[in-house]
Design a protein around this ligand. Sequence first.
Ligand SMILES: [Zn+2]
Length: 562
Amino acid sequence: MRLPTFKAPYLPHMVLFISLCAISLVSLNSGLASAEESDKPKLTILIGVDQFRASYLPDYNQMFTGGFRRMIDQGLWYKKGIVDHAPAESLPGHTTLSTGSNPKRHGITSNSWIAGSATGEDEQIKATVPHVDYDNPILGSAGSIGYSGHNIDISTIADWFRAADPNAKAVALSVTPLAVMYGGRPLPTTSENHVYWLGGNGRFETSTYYRDEYPGWLDAFNQEMAGKYLDKLVWEDTVPVKFHELAREDDVPYEHNGIHTAFPHRADDESDRTGDSLKNWWLGRFSPYQNNALFDLAKESVSQLKLGQRQSADFLSLAIKLTDRVGHDYGPNSREQLDVIHRLDILLGDFMTFLDTAVGEGNYVIALSADHGAPNITEYEQANGRQSVRVTSSDIENSLSTVENLIRNYQGPRHDLPGLIAAQLEREPFVYKAMTSADMQDPSIEDPTILAYRNAYRADRVRTYPLWTQANMYGQRPSRYHPSVFGVTVDFAYQANIWTARSTHGGAHMYDREVPILFYGNGVAHGTPAATAYTRDIAPTLAKISGVVFPNTIDGRVLDLR
Ligand SMILES: [Zn+2]
């Protein structure tokens, strides 16, 4: 809290100031400080729902009976929270939730960037996927590629909680390795690091960055889960029939692979895998039970580690991936996404009921938001008479080869080249804006798209997406003539989707950047504030109401929850 600015001539302020000081001193001396502390949450929870756009909660509000019902009816709901950076992608978005800062500051500028770009001279161009850690394999799987938060440059909310109290615990859980964006820096006592994600082997795992041994309770949990969820190979629709009209019809040709577009979805129908390979793949891919497993593990962590049941203020984060998987393949407005959100509502409600007993109602606080939103599927928009572009791989190949020819034939001064590349790219109908390193650093440019990209721009970490072809796929070495090598990044046209999936977020348009921001629990009033809230504000707000100090160098600010 900021103290009011003191102005000498106004005596009443001074009196008030002195009185406040006196009250705190009295509280401390008379032992009232402990009573004050018990007003603070004993467990603080941050839930990042991947690709959870702002429209879902109002559109599906009447369907909710579980956790969303409770959070909407009793908590504080910013209906259109803003992801104040572009690209609106998962890794930057989740790291903004965990650090309270823009990607430019925390360093995770995109899902994949060119290392050492903006020089164009490096023969060893390589794409960096920022949470991949080649030095730290998956624990128990020597030689594998692991994951960690090693590319995050600043502390996270998990670090703040542990710095505030050496006995505080911070736990990060997810499906896919998103937990590494929330887990903070590993403590020297490795048994105290709890960063786990559902891996491709059907088990919750970690990397050697965090631990050198799995806790026994996690091994036991994985054993039990194998029986509970790995055999569930059919995804049935659980949405009550009267709510089906909230989504479009189920069987439309522009979803998924064009064949398996309707319920029920069966693992063995949709994959050639067999046996354990099929089961493991399905649980991580589309099985709705991946979220059951995640919430079960959250409960197990609360019980085993006594989170929120000790003298310390503990922290737990959950990152949910299924909304993104289903969003990319089936799109918003699909019956599949409706079912995922319906199930999430139930699971969240069940988890809160568990917390009411385990931690105590009123002893915990939850914030829920998202890393980014999503556009509608192009073919759905077109079927409804709305403008939308489908960008094919050959569209992008053609564009990149035109750029390559421009660079090969160019004879002029090198510093003019990025501007020429950008101008060439902007001739493409599917490109809305092409931006150079100079654009990003010129404060006189106040274009809203460029402002959003500026918050996530570093000249040595320029992203390759969405200028992706088969040859520039994830993790592969890009051409030395790729625009990103020259510091140029692009924002695609409004409602454009690229060939990699049915619905492809990752730009600066507002459908990608509007997400809900919900707070519930200890210290939170009820309401739907009209004020603008940014996803970077969530971490400092949670820290503040939990009495945890955070660095004054972060970009986010404390929201008023009362
Ligand atoms: Zn995402």
